[in-house]
Design a protein around this ligand. Structure first.
Ligand SMILES: *Cc1c(COP(=O)(O)O)cnc(C)c1O
Length: 382
């Protein structure tokens, strides 16, 4: 037992160096990092442009607080909402905080408290975000939770129609359930949500903490659906490894966050803003996003070819990919994959997530898929 609390089931590898898609542990063993620090390292490890941005900013000014004007935050906000139906942004430090802000905004704006979220969703570990999360294991032992969250089955139009009445402030969802097993919203469900939101004055919160910033091949995953969220939460990929979160919202809700109503000391600090601006310079580029789509398709097809289709199925969108292993629990694969030199992370008990940096090369995809296929076919318990 060490000096740290035991709240993480850590792998016993200490990673001490990274470059692009590659990382090295203390003993010098090299791995392909297909976790990207859980969908965080959008431009991979030690990207020169990000290293330059943070170094330059650190040498200039690295904290001011939100007592003062922030042209950097303004520019970042403009870049995030440009060419969307969204209009404003608020910056914080994590995904949970972005969702917390969304929940507060929805309550204050509508004057209602009831929020619908979905089974197997994940929205974070703070009280509001934890209460929104549709997983018992996240909430166990921490009650009483924040009241008036209803967790409905995902993609169940009838259940939604039966619950979404005038008492509902917001519906909150992930377009692809990142921690819950990579379930993806159906077009019918997205259409039903939009209809109910329009009819009953319900706000739509899309949690893009994992799916956002190019991960699925578009800037935001909602762009590939009929969803037009009033609020969009961001974090993970936004800072490329520097902790920054954000909440985007439509023009109508501007007045709800009046001066003094919400805030954070560190949120949108100059280091995070300068790194995020640099991430967006790369990722919010049509050619870059087209490349993510092409590599995503390539990754999914290569996995599908390399793995027996009667046991393994491939899920996901863009470079947010999952391998469902025929209902078998997947935790035992992770150390075997490490041994073979590939790092993956699970999504729930039954799905392995394949989340390379968005800058991954096809040669790296080939190498990782060969390793993954060898390990999975050799140690599959049928
Ligand atoms: C990771 C994640 C969160 C929580 O983000 P933190 O930065 O860990 O607080 C919330 N929602 C989704 C969809 C996530 O994947």
């Amino acid at each position: 037992m060490g000096a740290l609390f035991g709240n993480y089931a850590r792998r016993p590898i200490a990673l001490v160096k990274g470059q692009g898609t590659h990382v090295w542990d203390e003993d010098g063993k090299e791995y392909l990092d297909f976790t990207s620090g859980i969908a965080v390292l959008s431009l991979g490890h030690a990207h020169p442009a990000l290293v330059d941005a943070i170094t330059q900013q650190a040498n200039t000014i690295w904290h001011t607080s939100n007592l003062f004007a922030s042209p950097g935050q303004e520019a970042l906000a403009q870049k995030l909402v440009a060419d969307t139906h969204l209009a404003h942004a608020f910056f914080c430090n994590s995904g949970a905080e972005a969702n917390e802000a969304a929940i507060k905004m929805a309550r204050k704006h509508t004057g209602k408290h009831h929020i619908i979220t979905f089974e197997k969703s994940f929205h974070g570990r703070t009280f509001g975000a934890m209460s929104a999360t549709g997983q018992d294991k996240v909430q166990q032992g921490f009650g009483p939770l924040v009241s008036q969250f209803t967790h409905l089955p995902y993609n169940d139009v009838e259940a939604l129609k039966a619950t979404a009445d005038d008492s509902v402030a917001a519906i909150m969802l992930e377009v692809i359930q990142g921690e819950g097993g990579l379930a993806q919203i159906t077009p019918e469900f997205a259409d039903a949500i939009m209809e109910l939101c329009n009819e009953k004055g319900i706000l739509l919160i899309v949690d893009e903490v994992q799916t956002g910033i190019g991960r699925t091949g578009t800037r935001y995953a909602f762009e590939q659906t009929s969803l037009k969220p009033h609020l969009v939460s961001l974090a993970k990929g936004l800072g490329g490894g520097y902790p920054i979160g954000g909440l985007l919202g439509v023009a109508d809700i501007y007045d709800t966050f009046s001066a003094g109503s919400h805030g954070t000391t560190f949120g949108g600090n100059p280091l995070g803003v300068s790194v995020a601006q640099t991430v967006l310079q790369h990722v919010f580029d049509e050619a870059f996003l087209a490349d993510v789509q092409a590599k995503g398709t390539y990754l999914q097809q290569t996995l599908a070819k390399a793995l027996p289709a009667d046991t393994f199925s491939i899920l996901g969108q863009g470079l947010m990919v999952g391998i469902h292993c025929g209902g078998e629990e997947v935790a035992h694969y992770i150390p075997k994959l490490e041994e073979a030199g590939v790092l993956l992370v699970a999504a729930g008990p039954y799905v392995l997530r394949v989340l390379p940096p968005l800058t991954v090369t096809t040669a790296e995809i080939d190498e990782a898929v060969a390793c993954i296929a060898a390990v999975l076919t050799a140690s599959h318990v049928s």
